[in-house]
Design a binder for this molecule. Structure first.
Ligand SMILES: *Cc1c(COP(=O)(O)O)cnc(C)c1O
Length: 411
């Protein structure tokens, strides 16, 4: 009889978004005239940049001509794309990253999970709370945790709470952990990390022989020149950090699919016999075996992000969403709410008033102004009492939602 991976049974059945859907549908059924505005989704809304579309159309035509047709590409991605990334995203910021250390993939979400393939099952793992759920669930699936308790915390994981009290930056742990997930600019809190904060993490990792998984999916939303875009802007990070990047949010590639992971050749971790093993070699082996590369057409689309037009067009997209974020921040503050984030990140993190729970606030917003957001408690126990509003939406929806809150929402 075939058996299953029992770790999957430990997963809390995808609770957050189905529950939001259930409550919104129930409300819509009893209030069919209500015009509901969804500001809860972490997906982009604006169309692909022209430069990316033009490059992909040309690539499709090349695939239709036997002289320029391409079959399997390199599993690591085409060199022309890896070089543009290394030069533009890293070397131009003073980070010593070589094209050979950049691995193109079809998404950061999958890479965040897949990376666990090359690590042992005995590592201690730290995540912030609240957190992007993928980091936790992939560790549950890999058997790195115990069962979940009633607030959804899994046994065996080290949770680092981030709240207004610590300015949404986790304290460096006092105990030793082997793998640490950091996401800056942060989803869901919209928090950013200063150079000093990241330096403290890198120093900790180097002292303890830990590896940092640095998720920089939202780096394009940073406007403050003092905030690092990459962990490799920090001294020593080449010895302790893997970075995940994506074209999903800066260039609207959520449906097109292209991302990359940086694994420096200077990274090592311990084998069972105590020897140091190169992580680059293991990741290269893993990708060459389990992955066959991203479509040529999509990689040409991603390459176009680095052209002059592509840069101008992606910057325009980012500015558009950040103007939404500014409107949300200002209007919610004017309505008397305590708001965080939304300055160098496309998420605004709201403190629920009068000690309402995240779900009570969700219901109140839905029922009084027909606006949907995401309850903070869905991202972790320490997210209780907070609420996420996404800037990924049309200007019209953002303005209408904020006007309703200003007019009708009383705190
Ligand atoms: C959107 C997002 C990503 C990007 O995932 P893709 O699979 O590349 O679309 C990665 N990390 C976080 C925290 C995100 O919110």
């Amino acid at each position: 009889m075939a058996t299953i991976n029992d770790n999957y049974l430990k997963l809390k059945a995808g609770y957050l978004f189905p529950e939001i859907g259930r409550r919104v549908n129930a409300f819509a059924e009893s209030n069919p005239e209500a015009q509901i505005i969804r500001l809860g989704i972490g997906d982009v809304t604006e169309p692909l940049p022209q430069a990316c579309r033009t490059a992909m159309i040309k690539a499709v035509e090349e695939m239709g001509d036997r002289h320029t047709f391409r079959g399997y590409g390199p599993e690591q991605g085409y060199v022309w794309l890896r070089e543009k990334i290394a030069t533009h995203d890293f070397q131009s910021r003073g980070c010593e990253i070589d094209a050979s250390e950049v691995f193109i993939s079809d998404g950061s979400k999958c890479d965040c999970g897949n990376i666990l393939d090359i690590f042992g099952s005995d590592n201690s793992i730290a995540v912030t709370d609240p957190v992007y759920p993928v980091y936790v669930d992939t560790n549950v699936m890999a058997g790195h945790t115990g069962d979940a308790n009633e607030v959804g915390e899994y046994g065996g994981l080290v949770y680092l709470p981030v709240t207004a009290e610590n300015s949404f930056t986790a304290e460096i742990p006092t105990q030793k952990v082997d793998l640490i997930y950091l996401c800056f600019p942060n989803n869901p809190t919209g928090a950013i990390a200063s150079k000093a904060h990241l330096q403290a993490w890198v120093d900790y990792a180097k002292t303890n022989g830990s590896i940092i998984f640095f998720d920089a999916a939202y780096e394009a939303f940073i406007s403050d020149p003092d905030i690092p875009h990459s962990i490799y802007e920090i001294d020593g990070a080449r010895e302790c950090a893997i970075e995940f990047r994506s074209f999903s949010k800066n260039a609207g590639f959520t449906g097109t699919r292209c991302a990359f992971t940086v694994v420096p050749k200077t990274l090592t971790a311990k084998a069972a016999d105590g020897s140091d093993v190169d992580l680059w070699k293991l990741w290269n082996r893993r990708q060459s075996t389990k992955f066959n590369g991203v479509s040529y057409i999509v990689q040409r689309g991603a390459e176009a992000v680095y052209s002059d037009e592509g840069q101008a067009q992606t910057q325009a997209l980012v500015s558009f969403y950040m103007e939404n974020a500014r409107i949300i921040r200002e209007q919610l503050s004017a309505a008397g709410l305590e708001v965080y984030g939304g300055v160098n990140a496309p998420y605004v993190w709201v403190k629920t008033p009068h000690a309402l729970t995240s779900w009570e606030f969700f219901d109140k917003l839905l029922h009084t102004v027909n606006v949907v957001g995401t309850p903070g408690s869905g991202f972790g126990a320490a997210g209780e009492g907070y609420f996420r509003i996404s800037a990924f939406n049309s200007r019209e929806n953002v303005e209408e939602a904020m006007a309703r809150i200003t007019d009708k929402f009383s705190i």
